[in-house]
Every structure is written in structure tokens, then in C-alpha cells.
Design a protein around this ligand. Sequence first.
Ligand SMILES: Nc1ncnc2c1ncn2[C@@H]1O[C@H](COP(=O)(O)OP(=O)(O)OP(=O)(O)O)[C@@H](O)[C@H]1O
Ligand SMILES: O=P(O)(O)OC[C@H]1O[C@H](OP(=O)(O)OP(=O)(O)O)[C@H](O)[C@@H]1O
Ligand SMILES: O=C(O)c1cccnc1
Ligand SMILES: [Mg+2]
Length: 558
Amino acid sequence: MAAKGSKKKNSGRRIPGPTNPMVTPMLTDQYQFTMAYAYWKAGKHLERAVFDLYFRKNPFGGEYTIFAGLEECVRFVANYKLSKEDIDYVKNNLSVSCEEGFLDYLRGIDCSEVEVYAIPEGSVVFPKVPLLRVEGPIAVVQLLETPFVNLINFASLVATNAARHRFVAGKSKTLLEFGLRRAQGPDGGIGASKYSYIGGFDATSNVAAGMLFGIPLCGTHSHAFVSSFMSLDEIKDKSLLRKDGSSTCKDFVSLVQSWLKKFERSNSLRGNFAETNQSELAAFTSYAWAFPDNFLALVDTYDVMRSGIPNFCAVALALSDLGYKAIGIRLDSGDLAYLSCEVRKLFCSIEKEFGLPGFGKMSITASNDLNEETLDALNKQGHEIDAYGIGTYLVTCYAQAALGVVFKLVEINNKPRIKISEAVSKVTIPCKKRIYRLYGKEGYALVDIMTRESEPPPKVGERILCRHPFEESKRAYVVPQKIEELLSCYCAGSSDKKEETLPPLKEIRERCIKQLEQMRSDHMRRLNPTPYKVSVSAKLYDFIHFLWLDEAPVGELL
Ligand SMILES: Nc1ncnc2c1ncn2[C@@H]1O[C@H](COP(=O)(O)OP(=O)(O)OP(=O)(O)O)[C@@H](O)[C@H]1O
Ligand SMILES: O=P(O)(O)OC[C@H]1O[C@H](OP(=O)(O)OP(=O)(O)O)[C@H](O)[C@@H]1O
Ligand SMILES: O=C(O)c1cccnc1
Ligand SMILES: [Mg+2]
């Protein structure tokens, strides 16, 4: 998908349009247009509104979330314009027939009056804290609600899912995203690849995502390649140049076969390596011939230990004779813990018996319906897997379908607003706010605190009262050793604020990995993690409860 045309921002930056050309002003709910019309009719459409975008609960039973999708929101805002076709459609399809004046208004709107403040993409974030604060004319900002929530919901969900898989797999393992074929449509696939990378995956098999975002590509081969071969006779050109270019091996196939023979006679390997599938051998030989420097074979088409592994080893040793180093194998079925250990033992025996340094350390990749639970089970059993290829469970976010991001009005014309609900978790936190992350003595983040915009910022070394926004008895003093203000300006609108530049994807990924490493381990554990504290200042607490009482009708008992 090509990015749409780019638009010049007030800071002189050129920001390309959203990655997905389907992301246009029409990618919104009808009610945003009908409300815009009603605001316009009431003469309210230019009133200055402030909305917060946040989620209420961390996904996957965890206590942290990775914020992703910001860049696409900024690209959307920077290029917001309704086309003639868009206006015609609105004219003919809105639930009421609207006046021409409203259509003129729609024709003129862009986001030049919209300010967007956000937490940097790739940050670790928590419930109730605004990830985005959007300010602007109410009719325009409402039109942005649905696309913003859409762009952030799945992005943050899948980035978090990826981060959770990384946490269980451990830092040293290679994580490969293999999900495109199982993703929720093309955009689901592209998004999953991009945001899994942010969450800590190393590479993707998705070629379009590699091309669009510069994510490293990865891949092995499929069972079809193996079963497409019938015999070694299919290999017509048998010659292979030595890696150093010094000479050509005239018959690579015979070299491979001679190694298989040696295995049969070998003391330590005999019994394992008696009779292998010759069509599989042909497939591996042919693949190695095409990729002598990158030979990685899928070994479970016929029988891992009796055929796939001996065939792989014969080809790898033949390559080694010619100066090439095979990469390793992929297991795609069976007991992955057991098989990986058996394979490692064999690789090590071959290294020893044939004096081939490094052979024992060849890479073992595992795939096949992997998820957090299977990775955890494999760790508990003990295994020799170096890399995981993960598809379906990662990209579809199988364990949780949506994050539940919301977009709520918190102020209009400088007047704070609140939404009351029977469920306390659904009561909104009013006011235009600032957010700070406070760090303790040991360098860990202790608490996020929201204050009213007009309040003086907290100071390092100065005690501050942090209150639960809704539960009176929950409060704590904190003496921060380090303070980070979380929201910064990404779209300045007509203000003279300095706009943050959009960092490259790699930098977003690095931020995510670094922040996760700095989290206290009890917030990160999979079973019963400790919730991270999200609080408000004493002033904001008092104001929330004043406004709550002010807006809530008093009941009458009969
Ligand atoms: N040691 C293990 N511990 C826990 N789960 C495992 C282990 N090894 C593999 N698994 C998982 O068990 C499931 C096995 O899948 P399944 O029952 O479909 O068999 P299979 O190995 O795919 O066989 P086949 O594809 O040949 O039918 C997969 O989800 C896989 O990730
Ligand atoms: O299992 P996932 O996590 O989704 O990872 C991707 C899977 O896709 C491929 O096979 P495919 O599922 O198409 O066929 P297979 O199950 O018969 O191997 C690959 O071999 C993986 O097993
Ligand atoms: O390259 C692979 O091995 C791969 C890619 C996508 C899905 N399954 C496997
Ligand atoms: Mg499968």
C-alpha cells in the first residue's frame, strides 16, 4: 500500500498520509457526522473541546500495555481533508438531509486548529492515563474519534501481545512473526507485522511490511517444497562453486550421499541414520544448492529423527566441505521440547565425531500454533530452541480481541466536563491534564500522576501526595527521584508549540524494549502481577469529586 500524498505542516515538516489508503475522513462512524451537523446547526461546532484517549484495563490479564499507533494518527491529522466524493456521499446519505451551509463547512475543514498531545509511541502505559489529548473545534475532533481509536486499539493490543511473547521467550531468543496468512485481512497483517516488531519481535515473513517499514525479513521454506521433489534424479545441475571461489565441486549430490553413507558406518550415529527419505534429501540438496550460505531446512515432513535430521546433516556437512556454514533447522510439529533436545544432542555428536567446530550450535527454530502458554510450557520442560516462528495466536490476538480504547470529552470552552456512570471504572477524569511518571530510589517507575494543567509540576526530591482517582482511602506520598512528563506535542494546530518529530520504527522498538526492561518484575510476571499505580494530584482529586457531586442528581427515596 502506498502512502497518500503528503501535506506541509506549520513547522515545515512534510508528513506522509496514513500507510493504509483506506484511512480517510470517511473512516468514521455515521454519528460523528450527524453530531457535527447538529453542532453546526446549534452554532457550537467551533467550540474548543478537549478529549482524552485512553483504555480502562490492561489486556491479556497483564498489568502493562504498549502504546502504539501514534504515527498513523499524526499522519491522518496532517493530511485531513474531505474530497468532493466524500462531501457528495455525506450529502446524499446522512440520516437527515443537511443544509448546503454545512456542506460548505465540511468542504473547508482540515486539522489546522487541532492540537494533539501524546505519550511517545512504544511507551509502557497504564489504564486511565490519556495516551492522547486532542484539542480543537468540537465538530472536527469528534470526527477524529473513530479513526483514532481504530488506529490505536489493534496497534497497542498486538504490540502488547508481542511484548508478552518476548517476555516469556526471553531476551536471547529470536522471535519471527509468521502471521500474515492468518491475520484479520490485509491491514490486520500489515499492522500485526509493524506492531509486533515494536513489541520486540526481530523479523517478519511479511514482505510488504518489510518493504513499507524496513522491518528485517525472515523465512525458511514450507512442506510443499519438500514434498514437491520425488527423487535425486531431478537435480540436473550438480556443480557447486566452493565458497572461496577457488574451485567447483562437480557433483554436490554425490558429496551429500557420501556423507549419508558415513553416518551409516558411524558408531555414535548408527541406528538413528539408517534409511532416509530420498525425495526429502533431493529437496534439501536442491535448496542448499540455491542458498549455500543460508541453508535452513524444515525437517518434519516425513520423520524428524529418522529422515529430516540425517538428511539435513548430510547436506550441511557437504556444504561444510565446500566452505559453507549451514544455518540450522525448523521443527513444525511434534513435541518441540523433546525433539529440540534430541536434535541438539545429535548436532553435538556430529561436531565431536567429525571434528566440526560450531556444528552443535546450529540454530533450531520451532513453529506450530505457538503462544505465550506453549512458550512457557517449553521453558518449564527444558528445550534447545533458538528461534520461534509465531503466527496465528500473535497476529489475531487470540487471547483478547480488543483493547477497549475510549475517547472522552474532558473539557469544553475551558469548562471541565465529567461523564458519570454506575460503574466507577467508567467515570471519566475531567479537565485538561498533565501527566508525570515518578521514579523511586531504585530507578523503577513508581506511579503515574495526573494533575490539572494549571498546577505547578512535581519536583524531584519534593514529597507529593498521589491519590487513587476514585477510592478515597487509597493514597500515598512519593518523593520522586526522577520525573518524566509524559504528554508532548505532536500536532501544534495554530498554537506556537514545538512539534515532536516522528521517530523511525527502530527507535520506537528500542524505547519499548528499554522501558520494559526497566519495569519492576512484579508488574511483569504472568501470574497475578501487581498493578502499577495510576493516581491524581490532591487538587485534581478534589475537583473530580466536586464535579461529580455537582453533576449527579440527588435521588429521592419513596
Ligand atoms: N513440549 C511441548 N509442550 C507443550 N506444547 C507443545 C510441546 N510441543 C509442541 N507443543 C504444542 O502442541 C501442539 C501440537 O499440535 P498438534 O496436536 O496439532 O500436533 P502436531 O505436532 O502439529 O502434529 P501434526 O502437525 O503432525 O498433526 C502445538 O500447539 C504445539 O505448539
Ligand atoms: O502456527 P502459526 O503460529 O500460525 O505459524 C505459522 C504456521 O504457518 C505455517 O504452516 P501452516 O499453518 O500454513 O500449515 P501447517 O499447520 O500444516 O504447518 C508454518 O509452518 C507455521 O506452522
Ligand atoms: O518462512 C517460514 O518458515 C514461514 C512463513 C510463514 C508462515 N510459516 C512459515
Ligand atoms: Mg498450522
